[in-house]
Ligand binder design. Structure first.
Ligand code: ASP
Length: 443
């Protein structure tokens, strides 16, 4: 084992111990009752989330620009870009269909007594309206609907002012301007070389900074997860909601442990289960932060060091995937929306379920890689189904119904983020065949 992989193995062990200790401490604090001081999450924020987030825009911009410029050849770039996007969309479609299939098969929302439903809805409305910013964001998403979701994605792909968008943290703007600049630098040949060298040396520096941050991460993770668990604890949850949660978690597990490893092998990425095991450090980080974006520095580091992915494929696929590829979120959107319609006694037909699957993929692409993003874009799916059921004279499902699942959303968010990030790694591994490193760049 090389020194660097020994270091990575040690980091993984520290993260694991920190996670277990945090869950135990958080649950103990929760059991003590009373209000939990904000100290835990604040400390975790400064030691885990902020240090990672701080690096996201620089690393996205530099890695994508270097990745593109170093591939250079237009034919390879075309295959890399097109292949990645097709593999991303296909895996999200599979995930959303799996979610739809499971929730329709187990139907935890069907046949709920009217009084239970009324009590759930009352609690849901209360929970839903407790966060004014979220309500506002959901209402915005509802008023613009599916068309607005496309426009939102488009406006990030073609930003008016990429610098301003990047300053505001838009990873999509960073990706697309880096793709363009990378292509430009490659086309400029020798004249583009000094800039590319500068970017590559900056990227090497940023990767070292990541290496340092990774060592303090277990401490940050301990504080952060303790704060989260102390706040939510293992609550008493209504039975239908437990049913929903079981289906969502089972779906995520099937996708992660069975479908994605098979996907990896079928498309030439080698043994998916070995890859899954080798990348466990990434999953611990994704689970703890609930954010694909915050996990990004670890994902890149780990795919290259432990996953055997090429730098070229990783630098392109992983940042793009953190923003657009969310298998876990697509599955979750389909499961929640179908569950809520079941709960409210609306029997959806096959074509309406297809609408759910397709819009779930769109909502997942549109969701940012941050905690609870999928919750907000779910409004797009509900609005699309409401629009189709309106034709049958059915009352629309109120958006506040989302409140039914709010109480358990954090745990589902942590789990779906793991699946989101895992999907990116699988595609990076598959694409390594299309864009391998030059022998000298593989060090
Ligand atoms: N938290 C998820 C992520 O960062 C997005 C979501 O809310 O589904 O990947």
């Amino acid at each position: 084992m090389s020194t660097s992989s020994k270091g990575a193995a040690r980091q993984t062990a520290f993260l694991f111990v920190a996670l277990i200790a945090a869950i135990a401490t958080g649950q103990w604090l929760f059991a003590q009752g009373g209000s939990i001081s904000g100290f835990w999450q604040l400390a975790g924020d400064y030691l885990l989330v902020r240090p990672l987030q701080m690096l996201v825009i620089p690393i996205v911009f530099l890695s994508v620009a270097c990745g593109i410029a170093s591939v250079g050849k237009p034919a390879t770039l075309g295959r890399l870009g097109l292949g990645t996007v097709i593999l991303y969309v296909l895996s999200m479609l599979i995930a959303a269909s799996l979610g739809a299939l499971l929730i329709e098969a187990f139907a935890p929302g069907v046949g709920v007594a009217p009084e239970t439903r009324a009590a759930l809805m009352q609690q849901a409305t209360q929970d839903f309206t407790s966060d004014a910013t979220r309500v506002q964001r959901m209402q915005d998403a509802q008023s613009t609907g599916v068309g607005g979701a496309w426009l939102n994605i488009l406006s990030q792909i073609v930003p008016r002012n990429p610098i301003k968008d990047m300053v505001e943290g838009s990873t999509m703007a960073a990706i697309f301007s880096a793709i363009l600049l990378g292509l430009g630098l490659a086309a400029a040949g020798d004249r583009g070389k000094p800039a590319l060298d500068l970017f590559q040396s900056l990227l090497a520096g940023v990767m070292h900074v990541i290496g340092w941050i990774l060592w303090i991460m277990p401490i940050g993770l301990f504080f952060f997860v303790t704060g989260v668990v102390a706040k939510i604890g293992l609550q008493n949850v209504a039975t239908p909601v437990l049913g929903y949660m079981a289906v969502a978690l089972a779906g995520l597990a099937i996708h992660a442990f069975i479908i994605l490893p098979i996907y990896c092998s079928v498309f030439g990425g080698g043994n998916g289960w070995t890859l899954l095991w080798n990348l466990r450090r990434v999953f611990l980080t994704a689970f703890s932060t609930s954010s694909s974006n915050a996990t990004l520095p670890v994902t890149i580091d780990s795919c290259i060091r432990e996953g055997g992915c090429s730098k070229r494929a990783t630098n392109f696929c992983v940042p793009l995937g953190a923003t657009m590829n969310m298998d876990g979120t697509a599955l979750y959107e389909a499961v929640v929306v179908l569950f809520l319609f079941q709960l409210f006694g609306v029997d959806l037909g096959f074509s309406e379920i297809v609408v759910v699957v397709l819009t779930s993929v769109l909502a997942a692409i549109g969701a940012a890689g941050i905690p609870s993003a999928g919750l907000v874009t779910m409004v797009i799916v509900i609005s699309a189904v409401n629009a189709t059921t309106a034709g049958r004279g059915i009352e629309p499902l109120p958006i506040a119904a989302i409140g039914v699942i709010l109480g358990v959303d954090r745990i589902v968010d942590m789990s779906r983020t793991v699946v989101n990030v895992w999907g990116d790694c699988v595609v990076a591994k598959i694409m390594t065949r299309v864009a391998p490193d030059e022998p000298e760049a593989a060090s």
